[in-house]
Design a protein around this ligand. Structure first.
Ligand SMILES: [Zn+2]
Ligand SMILES: [Zn+2]
Length: 183
């Protein structure tokens, strides 16, 4: 029973994380309404460096300057969620709290790793998998038009809030040269 509670809490947390990712990406990383730093790091720096089509994939000589955790606000956000884990603990017990903490932590890690590999796919072991090529094209459209496709990991919130878009987009130079597989 404890295991089931933990699993249900984990799955609810994954869904909730998709919604949180969407809200944070739209209202903190693409807006200065609440804070300036996440916007400057992401909307100004990351989006101008990685515009699509043309500059979406980091070139080899740029990799040294491109660091994990640099372009997002997600790990800080996870720490800010400590009151949520505590509230779930008070309401539903320690197994549910553990499930929520684990689900949101997995999502944040997935965000950082996937976002990094989406822009630097060369060494990624899943780079040819359809799910990864799908997420790459999903995010590439966000780098072309920053008011669509806010999710990176699980586009459930994009679907819920009507920001999902798969309209045609010109390929990257790496798609044309065959260095990176197109979806
Ligand atoms: Zn963005
Ligand atoms: Zn990006």
């Amino acid at each position: 029973m404890n295991g089931l509670v933990c699993l249900v809490a984990f799955l609810v947390a994954i869904w909730l994380s998709s919604v949180i990712e969407w809200v944070v990406h739209k209202h903190f990383m693409h807006s200065i309404r609440f804070m300036r730093t996440p916007h400057d790091r992401h909307a100004v720096m990351h989006h101008s460096e990685r515009r699509a089509p043309g500059k979406f994939f980091a070139k080899e000589d740029e990799l040294r300057d491109y660091h994990l955790f640099e372009t997002s606000f997600m790990p800080i956000l996870w720490i800010l969620h400590a009151p949520l884990f505590y509230s779930v603990y008070l309401l539903f017990g320690s197994w549910a709290s553990l499930g929520v903490a684990a689900g949101t932590a997995c999502y944040v890690m997935a965000y950082e790793l996937l976002h990094w590999h989406i822009h630097c796919p060369d060494e990624f072991r899943f780079r040819q998998k359809r799910w990864f090529l799908f997420l790459t094209e999903h995010h590439r459209r966000h780098h072309n038009r920053s008011n669509i496709n806010y999710n990176v990991v699980l586009p459930v919130a994009d679907w819920m809030f009507g920001t999902l878009s798969y309209r045609d987009l010109a390929p990257e130079p790496e798609h044309v040269s065959g260095q990176v597989t197109a979806f």
